[in-house]
Write a protein that binds this ligand. Structure first.
Ligand SMILES: *[C@@H]1O[C@H](CO)[C@@H](O)[C@H](O)[C@H]1NC(C)=O
Ligand SMILES: [Ca+2]
Ligand SMILES: [Ca+2]
Length: 221
């Protein structure tokens, strides 16, 4: 994965925080579950994917009703597998569930009920009809530390005081921008930094604490 991609995810993680934390509705546990069929497991099956990890996968989507294919990641984005952060709503809920505890090289066929897919509304002008059960064939290629990993936090937190100062994040952004190789205006840098603090520094103390940082609520922080 290029640093550019990593940077984009990192920034997205900062910028989308508000949506994620407020967008989580409690849903009562219905009988509807994701059915997972494991088609292939590599000999060495690790690391296992978990919430907040950055995954790289190809997947094909079919309607359970008639078996027609409505999605194929191989035909998108020049055939590159998709990158997304697991467990935070970047993909439908059923896929977030279906791709948990999965290792690189593993293949699964999963069946997702409408309540964990596109529900009563359906999607894309009827391409996915209302109340559609979906089947996905998934091949997972990579499980990486996500943009809000402990490793990233530790890397940014240069003085190890368990909180991120404006200087520390500014420094990190500069380094990522340099690696990325694209020239950017200083004003772009400043506005990103301001945005990050506006959206993440909830108690307004001028630092992003480990709690404010850990949007995916994984355990390690
Ligand atoms: C979808 O299912 C709901 C109940 O779960 C039902 O009220 C609704 O009429 C269904 N919609 C269609 C188009 O079948
Ligand atoms: Ca610090
Ligand atoms: Ca704070």
């Amino acid at each position: 994965m290029t640093f550019g991609v990593k940077l984009v995810f990192f920034l997205q993680a900062f910028c989308l925080l508000t949506i994620h934390t407020h967008g989580q509705k409690k849903e009562d546990a219905t009988a509807e579950e994701v059915k997972i069929e494991v088609l292939h497991v590599p000999k060495e099956c690790k690391p296992k994917s978990k919430k907040g990890d950055l995954l790289n996968a190809h997947y094909d989507g079919y309607l359970a009703s008639d078996g027609s294919k409505f999605y194929c990641s191989r035909t998108q984005n020049k055939g590159h597998p998709k990158w997304f952060v697991l467990g935070v709503g970047q993909v439908i809920k059923g896929l977030d569930i279906a791709m948990t505890d999965m290792c690189p090289g593993e293949k699964r066929k999963v069946t997702i009920p409408p309540s964990l897919a596109y529900g009563k509304q359906g999607y894309a002008q009827g391409k996915i009809p209302p109340n559609a059960t979906l089947i996905f064939e998934i091949e997972l290629y990579a499980v990486n530390k996500g943009p809000r990993s402990v490793e990233a936090f530790t890397q940014i937190d240069m003085d190890s005081d368990k909180k991120l100062s404006r200087d520390e994040i500014s420094h990190y952004l500069k380094e990522e921008f340099e690696r990325d190789g694209k020239k950017r205006d200083a004003s772009v840098h400043d506005s990103i930094l301001a945005d990050i603090f506006k959206k993440n520094d909830h108690d307004g103390d001028g630092f992003i604490s480990s709690r404010e940082y850990n949007v995916y609520q994984h355990d390690e922080l």
